[in-house]
Design a protein around this ligand. Structure first.
Ligand SMILES: NC(=O)c1ccc[n+]([C@@H]2O[C@H](COP(=O)([O-])OP(=O)(O)OC[C@H]3O[C@@H](n4cnc5c(N)ncnc54)[C@H](OP(=O)(O)O)[C@@H]3O)[C@@H](O)[C@H]2O)c1
Length: 334
């Protein structure tokens, strides 16, 4: 593999950001785009490079494609990841990988059986500023993390104004809802900082169609650490996070899952002194470039899974969301 050939499956909104960052990673290139619509694929290819295919089947059959980026709505991730694996392709699949832990576990087993790489596109875990935070916490120099707060969301048109509740984020048939689309970030953030939760409990405001418009999660983690995590489709929160230790706190400014830098405020004397800390490595593009780089590192090493976004983490997060969805009364089973 000289250059790694990427195939985009589902050229929607996030695929545009991904393809734009791919241009900034020299060892990879977009070789093909597959859409349900020939013209959409051709337009995407004209903008970002490579060939176009008028079906996902043709995309995964393209011999130049080494790795498929699955960027369709959540409900289709399982089907489209299986399609790519069956064609012998490695896969980077958008978050959430599926709609529950059981199917995510089965997907990883399928990839392992076929000897193919599979990774959830949880770019936050590959982000240099987040990795710098985790390194600083692991050093012990800042105390141990005791409490995490994180908020995410934005106003989705139609969520509150009484208008038609349509579009991917509000449509149960497409896996809509605040938790699966956005809540996965604060939950993953708490998991990265505090580890495996011992208990999660949640409340939510549901739409007329039965998906969560607003959700608040409280978590208990090892050693008595706790987290307060929120996601909303009806308001504009700060999209910031804090991590409090016995010695002070880290602020992750907006947007906390892709911060340019972080701030440490020490509670020791002189009380309240703050310093901004830059990431250890450069952020590539919007930050998707670092996720692409991680996939490349794994592919070149012949690894079937990522150490920055390991299957255990992806499966745990899906299990955490299973628990929360059950508690708040949201079900995607048809
Ligand atoms: N990592 C991130 O920062 C990030 C940000 C946003 C979203 N995401 C994830 O990425 C996935 C896609 O989100 P998005 O916002 O890019 O969605 P989007 O703009 O709606 O694009 C999804 C694409 O999937 C294809 N598709 C196939 N079947 C479809 C169907 N039945 N309905 C709608 N689209 C269908 C469409 O492409 P064709 O019809 O052309 O094939 C469409 O352009 C989601 O799982 C989401 O969680 C990740």
């Amino acid at each position: 593999m000289d250059t790694i050939g990427w195939g985009v499956l589902g050229p929607g909104r996030i695929a545009r950001s991904f393809a734009s960052d791919l241009l900034a990673v020299p060892e990879g290139r977009l070789v093909a785009t597959g859409s349900r619509d020939e013209q959409r694929a051709a337009d995407f290819a004209a903008e970002f490079g490579g060939r176009s295919h008028g079906s996902y089947e043709a995309l995964v059959a393209d011999p130049e494609v080494d790795v498929v980026y699955v960027a369709t709505p959540h409900v289709l991730h399982d089907e489209h990841t299986r399609l790519a694996l069956a064609a012998g392709k490695a896969v980077l699949c958008e978050k959430p990988m599926t709609l529950d832990a059981a199917s995510t576990t089965a997907l990883f087993a399928e990839a392992a059986d076929r000897g193919l790489f599979l990774m959830e596109a949880m770019w936050m875990a590959c982000h240099p500023t987040i990795r710098t935070l985790l390194r600083l916490l692991a050093s012990g120099d800042y105390g141990s993390p005791r409490q995490v707060h994180a908020a995410i969301g934005f106003v989705v048109p139609g969520a509150t104004d009484g208008g038609e509740q349509s579009g991917r984020l509000l449509d149960p048939a497409l896996g809509g809802g605040a938790l699966l689309d956005m809540g996965i970030y604060p939950l993953t953030f708490a998991h990265l900082v505090l580890g495996e939760p011992e208990r999660l409990t949640a409340v939510a405001n549901l739409s007329a169609l039965g998906i969560d418009l607003d959700v608040s999660v409280a978590g208990l983690y090892p050693g008595g650490a706790t987290a307060a995590l929120t996601a909303t489709l009806t308001s504009h929160p700060s999209v910031t996070a804090t991590v409090a230790t016995e010695s002070g706190w880290f602020d992750l400014p907006s947007r906390f899952y892709t911060p340019q830098r972080l701030r440490w405020t020490s509670y020791a004397e002189p009380a309240g002194s703050s310093e901004w800390i830059e990431p250890d490595e450069p952020v590539i593009g919007l930050g998707y470039g670092n996720e692409i780089q991680e996939a490349h590192r794994c592919l070149r090493a012949g690894a079937l899974t990522s150490t920055l976004v390991p299957p255990g983490q992806t499966i745990s997060l899906m299990g955490q969301m299973d628990t929360i969805l059950e508690e708040i009364g949201v079900s995607y089973r048809r």
